[in-house]
Design a binder for this molecule. Structure first.
Ligand code: PGA
Length: 247
């Protein structure tokens, strides 16, 4: 059985003191979870969180990675640099990056490529806006976003994680219903199956206002293999409840 993955996305939240409090509170109660667990922390805190998580079952993740290999790219952080901090996953193509930083499907595909070539698993985010959903374009949009990554990463596509995050559900308290989420996950699974014989082992996460209350019904869906959690990952009891749900 494929283990589920519960990944926290801290976004631009935290401080040295708050990170330590949060991780210590989670580690104190975590025990041996039945699922895999990761936290995507702001890059300024990678070293701190690497030290706090050393020897624990929680993997370290980055929230982004540069599409460039290295050199004159002020402010960018390369996959090789992330590897120095034992980063296991890097989120790529989060809707906040696509929306506020103009990241195209091609840029996201390149970022996934850089991560994979450094041995980091990209968590590739796809998702439609409310306008796109209302126009009946959900499947077309998520398939286009995923196709760019599959196209650029053909032979190692089975090494990626995909996160379906409907933009209208992120940070809004509005969650996709388990049926709505499963429907899109099934579309993505079919697309991955057409591209890879190992598609069954690719984890498909749901993200968008997943919390301690709705996690169980979302995670019970056949093609939902875990969650990418924003707000609820900043509260130790909520994050722990979601992890416990993902057995
Ligand atoms: P949210 O964020 O859980 O706060 O909606 C999820 C995400 O953006 O990854």
């Amino acid at each position: 059985m494929k283990k589920k993955l519960i990944a926290g996305n801290w976004k631009m939240n935290g401080s040295l003191a708050a990170n330590e409090r949060l991780l210590r509170a989670i580690l104190a109660e975590l025990g041996q979870p039945a699922c895999q667990v990761a936290v995507a922390v702001p890059s300024a805190y990678l070293a701190q969180c690497q030290a706090l998580l050393a020897g624990s079952v929680i993997d370290l993740a980055a929230q982004d990675v540069s599409a460039q290999e290295g050199g004159a790219f002020t402010g960018e952080i390369s996959a090789v640099m992330l590897k120095d901090f034992a980063v296991r996953y890097a989120i790529v193509g989060h809707s906040e990056r696509r929306q506020y930083h103009g990241e195209s499907d091609e840029t996201v595909a390149l970022k996934a490529q850089r991560a994979l070539s450094s041995g980091i698993t990209p968590i590739v985010c796809v998702g439609e806006t409310l306008a796109e959903r209302e126009a009946g374009r959900t499947d077309e949009v998520v398939k286009r976003q995923l196709a760019a990554v599959i196209h650029a990463n053909g032979h190692c596509v089975s090494e990626i994680v995909v996160a379906y995050e409907p933009v209208w559900a992120i940070g809004t308290g509005k969650t996709a219903s388990p049926e709505q989420a499963q429907q899109v996950h099934a579309v993505l699974r079919a697309q991955l199956k057409a591209a890879s014989s190992s598609a069954d082992r690719i984890k498909l996460l749901y993200g968008g206002s997943m919390n301690a209350t709705n996690a169980a019904s979302l995670l019970a869906q056949p093609d939902i293999d875990g969650g990418l959690i924003g707000g609820a990952a900043l509260k130790a009891p909520d994050f722990l409840t979601i992890i416990a749900t993902a057995a």
